[in-house]
Design a protein around this ligand. Structure first.
Ligand SMILES: [Zn+2]
Length: 717
């Protein structure tokens, strides 16, 4: 069933719950192609060749209407409530809406133009109201409650019991037990929030699209490597400024400029532009929106009987409550800040030696960090890039999937009738060692206008088995700059890590081996979902991957051993910066949502809270409040940005399971990881799954070792 807000723990993309292949056939002659069951090979594939923007709204409306009718039939069933006639029946509903939601999610994230934005503005509040209509259906909730009360005595499997628990808690958490008046207030709040989230993200997008630094004199490019210059030239050309250079107001454009530009004045200009997104006054300023969102969230938490929004959000997370999340963040914060002091001292020494006559400011950090890296580790990022060919790295990921998961990838035959939504998208079929189909993998690697920045995975259809075998369809998306035809696309080391990370989410989806769609694949707790993806980043630097796949784009020779050793030695470099940049955002997120309903001026709150925390003045939050999309473009990561650190605690500890055994390719450890982590979805408590894999809980010690911070005495075993 299609509960965007209830089961939206996919964790990666703002995507409606993905669908399956067997809903009622559309009877109408002019059937909207987005509503019809998917046809074609592989149990049906999305009808991208027929989809148009104008189909979205009517299809969403028809999908919601159909889903409401299905739910009403379940609620009105005169038979006593059973798992089969209530929970399993609900799992069968909303299939048309799932299919539409998949296409809607792809349009909003990768084909987003004015027409799509208009649909979003109109439909988001309606989708929020639709969710509330289902969770506020009293007759339906009574049946769920009855199945829940009898769950231990009615012969249910553990998976069925957990699914029942999930429905029950999600309904309660969405207000199913409130009286009619409170339910009305809740619906109003949810619709207001949905509209504000859309406005917030469209404002950030507008500032990212409009802000730019135009360079007309080649002398102003001083310090920039050839690849950065070429990228800036290409952006200029796409903005009608052929022959000039443009630094766009996006992370992928700004960060390389801050790393390499010798022009301190321009670095400051670009930095100020980037950190001011959503904070410029005028029509796209997000401060008032943030205040209103925080007030509404606090009101909603109170209505639902929780102390704060953070308490409400974390109840079903692995952390369980804000206190445990805060405890982890605080334990890492102090050593990270101490490390920043050392990093700044190293940078200041270089600046002084050069006679720069400056004190390190935030727009200097990346620039001088790069100089320290060269001086300390003799490592130059531009030496690595020629070995990082996108297509070779993709082959390396396939090798990893074969060795660890037994998966074989092969390109989908063009004659098979699998359509794509953009010519850049390619599709692979995935089979297991026995040659059985596992699913499909769609790959959309290149940046283009209307595609949101960053990289992500989204499921188009989740694996399930309770009503017949449904194979999953997953996708990976990124924003690499497409090269000239015939030329390889080269990526940075960091980008290569991101590739492996997102592919980890895809393998999490592909490994799913469960019965019911609501607990399938990546639909796990928010602070657990990053663990399977983060852990696979560790396979990129293995000799097996680098020797075979990190080949120089001109000579074809593998990356030299000495260079790999330098990369390994520099492994913990700049961890102070990375950790503080991330943690300051995560702490502000949590503290904003622990502050309750008091009126908040975001800029002031940010300034005062950071001062109290002892934020180093040389660093700015990775996401400042008025541009914090994770937190204010939806509920998804609100009071949840800490999840990346929480998951990394598991990641670091899990990696040590391999290094303690036979190394990265140890078959027995890989099998345990598949059996207890990757394949189980949300059919078990994540803490139990982790324990089954590792034989114990994860402590903080492996995380501290991974980041090169001192291991606290209390964590030593
Ligand atoms: Zn991720």
């Amino acid at each position: 069933m299609s509960f965007k807000s209830l089961f939206a723990a996919a964790g990666i993309a703002a995507c409606l719950v993905a669908g399956a292949t067997h809903a009622t056939e559309m009877k109408s002659k002019n059937a909207n192609p987005l509503l019809a069951p998917w046809t074609g090979p592989y149990g049906g594939v999305p009808p991208f060749d027929q989809a148009k923007v104008e189909h979205l709204k009517p299809a969403l409306e028809a999908g919601m209407a159909e889903n409401l009718a299905e739910v009403d039939r379940i609620a009105a069933n005169p038979e006593p409530a059973t798992f089969e006639n209530t929970i399993a029946a609900l799992e069968r509903t909303g299939r048309a809406l799932d299919r539409v939601g998949t296409i809607y999610g792809i349009y909003t994230s990768t084909l987003n133009d004015d027409a799509v934005q208009a649909v979003e503005r109109e439909m988001e509040p309606q989708l929020a109201a639709f969710n509330d209509q289902i969770t506020q259906n009293e007759a339906l909730f009574k049946r769920i409650e009855a199945v829940y009360a009898a769950r231990e005595k009615s012969g249910l499997t553990p998976e069925q019991q957990r699914l029942t628990w999930l429905y029950y808690t999600n309904f309660v958490r969405a207000g199913a037990k409130l009286d009619a008046d409170a339910k009305r207030q809740l619906t109003e709040i949810n619709q207001k929030l949905a509209a504000l989230y859309t406005q917030f993200s469209q404002n950030v997008l507008a500032d990212e699209n409009e802000g730019q630094l135009v360079i007309t004199d080649a002398a102003d490019l001083a310090g920039l490597p050839e690849s950065v210059r070429a990228g800036a030239a290409q952006i200029a050309e796409s903005r009608g400024k052929k022959g000039q250079w443009v630094i766009a107001n996006t992370r992928s454009s700004v960060e390389p400029f801050l790393t390499y530009s010798d022009r301190r004045d321009l670095r400051e200009k670009v930095w100020r532009m980037f950190v001011s997104r959503g904070d410029n006054g005028g029509a796209t300023d997000n401060n008032a929106i943030v205040s209103e969102i925080l007030q509404l969230r606090a009101q909603r938490a109170k209505l639902l009987g929780y102390e704060t929004h953070a308490h409400w959000r974390l109840e079903n997370a692995m952390a369980k409550n804000p206190e445990r999340a805060m405890k982890l963040m605080e334990a890492v914060w102090t050593p990270a800040v101490a490390r920043v002091k050392e990093e700044v001292a190293d940078m200041q020494a270089i600046a002084d030696k050069e006679g720069a006559g400056l004190e390190i400011e935030p727009w200097d950090y990346r620039y001088y960090a790069e100089k320290v890296r060269k001086a300390k580790y003799d490592l130059d990022e531009t030496e690595i890039t020629p070995y990082m060919q996108l297509e070779n790295l993709r082959e390396g990921m396939f090798y990893m999937a074969k060795e660890l998961f037994g998966f074989h990838f092969k390109p989908v035959d063009a004659a098979k009738g699998v359509s794509v939504y953009h010519p850049d998208v390619r599709v692979w079929e995935v089979n297991d060692a026995a040659g059985q189909l596992v699913g499909l993998w769609y790959f959309d690697p290149y940046a283009r206008k209307g595609k949101r920045s960053g990289a992500w995975m989204s499921p188009y259809r989740t694996q399930e088995r309770f009503d017949g075998d449904v194979r999953t369809i997953v996708s990976n998306n990124a924003n690499f700059v497409k090269g000239q035809p015939g030329e390889p696309v080269l990526v940075s080391w960091k980008d290569a890590e991101v590739l492996f990370h997102e592919f980890g989410h895809a393998l999490h989806g592909l490994s799913s081996n469960v019965n019911y769609p609501s607990v399938s694949g990546t639909r796990v707790a928010r602070d657990y979902v990053e663990f399977p993806s983060q852990v696979l980043e560790h396979w990129l630097p293995t000799p097996e991957i680098l020797d075979q796949y990190a080949l120089h784009y001109q000579t074809g020779k593998p990356i030299p051993k000495e260079l790999v050793e330098k990369i390994e030695r520099a492994d913990k470099f700049n961890q102070g910066f990375d950790t503080v940049e991330f943690l300051s955002s995560a702490l502000i997120d949590m503290k904003l949502h622990l502050a309750g309903g008091r009126p908040i001026d975001p800029d002031k709150f940010e300034r005062e809270t950071l001062a109290a925390l002892g934020m180093p003045s040389e660093i700015v939050m990775r996401h400042r409040t008025p541009q914090f999309m994770h937190v204010f473009a939806g509920d998804g990561y609100s009071a949840g940005y800490y999840s990346y650190l929480w998951s990394d605690t598991l990641t670091a500890d899990a990696w040590e399971a391999f290094t303690e055994a036979g190394g990265p390719w140890d078959k027995a450890v890989a099998k345990r990881m598949r059996d207890h982590v990757f394949s189980v979805g949300n059919t078990i408590d994540p803490a139990d799954g982790y324990r089954a894999f590792r034989g114990r809980d994860a402590g903080i010690d492996a995380l501290m070792r991974k980041r090169g911070f001192p291991v606290p005495e209390t964590a030593k075993k």
